[in-house]
Write a protein that binds this ligand. Structure first.
Ligand code: IMP
Ligand code: MG
Length: 181
């Protein structure tokens, strides 16, 4: 272990993106979104659990009228994708003719959004956009267009700022990477 490394559950993690870098990027994204979607009363749909912190920080920085709702799906167990997506909490807002922005913490294989986006499109929104804090293009299996992206990252396991390792570490303000042993 090096100085600054942290132990979470049974693994060691090292700082990858400090809080200040994340928050600065959030500010830029919020300004871009506020400019692009002014007067459309966009509906943000945050994907639980991982996106709740990013969603809260981004949404608070929007300077336009906007609504937010939450959907819960799961496709991840431990440090490997379990390969199935389950809808646990459905959408209760009518999406017809709305400008909808999906908020994700990270797009990895793309499977989650590949399965969720058709469920949104089925309701015929006016526009469907995706904002994700992180993207791992090297891990992509299902192509996903990300309209607002925070950071492009390599195919490494990340933790903190909403991202978890077996339920641990979501409350860390920085984002950490797994240190392989
Ligand atoms: P996808 O369906 O493979 O794109 O994976 C999407 C979901 O997997 C994300 O919303 C995260 O919740 C989770 N995930 C992907 N990569 C990581 C990671 O590095 N750390 C923690 N969770 C991750
Ligand atoms: Mg997620």
């Amino acid at each position: 272990m090096e100085q600054g490394d942290i132990r979470v559950h049974d693994k060691v993690f090292r700082t990858y993106l400090p809080e200040s870098t994340i928050q600065e990027r959030n500010g830029t994204l919020a300004r871009e979104i506020s400019e692009d979607l002014r007067d459309s009363n966009p509906l943000f749909i945050a994907v639980l659990n991982g996106a709740f912190i990013f969603a809260a920080d981004l949404f608070r920085q929007l300077t336009i009228e906007a609504e937010i709702s939450f959907i819960k799906l799961a496709s991840y167990k431990g440090t490997r994708s379990s390969g199935h997506v389950v809808t646990a909490i459905g959408l209760d807002i009518d999406l017809y003719d709305r400008t909808v922005v999906i908020l994700e913490d990270i797009v990895d294989t793309g499977k989650t959004l590949h399965e969720f986006m058709p469920q949104v499109l089925h309701q015929q929104p006016r526009r469907l956009l995706v904002a994700s804090l992180l993207s791992k293009p090297d891990a992509r299996i299902f192509p996903i267009q990300i309209d607002y992206l925070g950071f492009r990252v390599p195919d490494i396991f990340l933790l903190g700022y909403g991202l978890d390792y077996d339920g641990h570490g979501r409350n860390l303000p920085d984002i950490y990477q797994l240190v392989e042993d």
